[in-house]
Design a protein around this ligand. Structure first.
Ligand code: FDP
Length: 365
């Protein structure tokens, strides 16, 4: 394997090619998806950068499938991703946070052997106030017969992801991805329009510094969740307090904790019994990256990556980041019934979690 340091000049293209060479049977299709995602990142970054100038700030009158008002940039970013991928011959179906149903490959184009799930612009309620947003993506191999993609191809447990990543539109634009060979970060050099390897083999620091959680929901959390948060904050006298940092834009919060060490929490609460974040295009891809960087992700009952999805826009509670902090969740087991919905979902949806699942010590319900 070629060993890169943060000081070698390596474009994302060269890096992807070098990784592909490690697999003699690789056809180059997955590499093609990753190049296209880097291109998408550059195109969306360009739109995000000029958002205030182009009079495209503010909400459209349309609402997305979650019932949220769509920002115009969400719609634009969604179109950019779909148009970059629907004719390339690498995908047989897609699913987006912004579209209710499976996105089929249009007639006349050859379907490929992968499916792509994505959130084109996560954290979009922050666009109006110039706070970082991101694109998140997850790739699976097609598992059904026939050439067209089906719902079953999209509803696979995160453990089967073949690639996942995100693009963060922050003070600089960064793409971080994994294909199961570590997590690697690339920073866009705007002067040459190339993503350059800046963070090879990211390892999430074991000594966490940050806690990212929205405290506004505290009164709606079950008691074990409140006790867990008191522990993170050092209020029960058991440990040193973590610093609290919450942007409210998942990619930004995750990225800071990935590099600095920390845990992002979006627990279930009585008003949102399944949490808020989406399993397929938010939790799964970031969980894959976290594990590849030596971290972990759970939903309060077990590993995120072992959840068998039952619907495209499924929500999940999420604890994500440094391994020790995520494993701490199992010491504060949730009651059997946090709220209606949770119990049935758990019983039916856990996909034969392996014994090594980091937080499976929590009682199964
Ligand atoms: P947004 O609503 O702005 O799109 O899943 C979407 C998300 O942002 C995440 O990026 C963010 O972490 C979370 O929701 C914030 O939710 P709260 O406002 O409830 O804290």
């Amino acid at each position: 394997m070629v060993k890169h340091t943060a000081t070698s000049v390596v474009t994302i293209e060269r890096f992807i090619i070098e990784q592909e060479r490690m697999f003699p049977d690789a056809t180059g299709e997955l590499s093609g998806i990753l190049y296209d995602m880097a291109l998408v990142g550059k195109m969306i970054a360009n739109k995000v950068r000029s958002a205030g100038l182009a009079d495209i700030l503010g909400a459209t009158s349309d609402t997305n499938v979650q019932g949220e008002v769509q920002q115009k940039l969400d719609v634009i970013a969604n179109e950019i991703v779909v148009k970059a991928f629907d004719h390339g011959g690498r995908l047989c179906a897609m699913a987006s946070e912004e579209e209710e149903d499976i996105i089929h490959i249009p007639e006349g184009f050859r379907p490929g052997k992968y499916v792509l799930l994505f959130d084109p612009l996560d954290g979009s309620s922050n666009i109006d106030v110039n706070v970082p947003v991101g694109t998140i993506f997850s790739v699976f191999r097609k598992i059904t017969r026939g050439s067209h993609g089906e719902m079953e191809d999209l509803l696979q447990p995160g453990r089967r992801q073949v690639a996942a990543g995100y693009i963060l539109y922050g003070s600089s634009t960064m793409m971080v991805y994994t294909t199961g060979q570590g997590a690697h970060g690339f920073t866009l050099d705007p002067s040459i329009g190339e993503f350059l390897l800046s963070h090879p083999n990211i390892r999430i620091p074991a000594n966490a510094r940050y806690l990212s959680v929205n405290d506004a929901y505290e009164q709606d959390w079950p008691e074990p969740t409140r006790a867990l948060m008191r522990r993170y904050r050092g209020l029960d006298g058991e440990r040193k307090a973590l610093n609290v940092r919450y942007v409210g834009s998942l990619v930004a919060d995750f990225h800071r904790n990935l590099l600095g060490g920390g845990v992002f929490c979006y627990p279930a609460n009585t008003k949102s019994p399944n949490g808020k974040l989406r399993l397929l295009y938010e939790a799964n891809p970031l969980a894959f990256i976290a594990e590849q960087a030596g971290g972990a992700a759970c939903d309060g009952y077990g590993s995120i990556l072992d959840v068998q999805p039952t619907e495209l826009h499924q929500r999940t509670p999420l604890y994500l980041g440094s391994k020790d902090e995520v494993e701490l969740v199992s010491q504060f087991p949730l009651p059997k019934f946090v709220a209606p919905g949770i119990q049935e979902r758990r019983g039916a949806s856990r996909a034969g979690a392996p014994a090594s699942t980091p937080v499976s010590a929590a009682p199964a319900v």
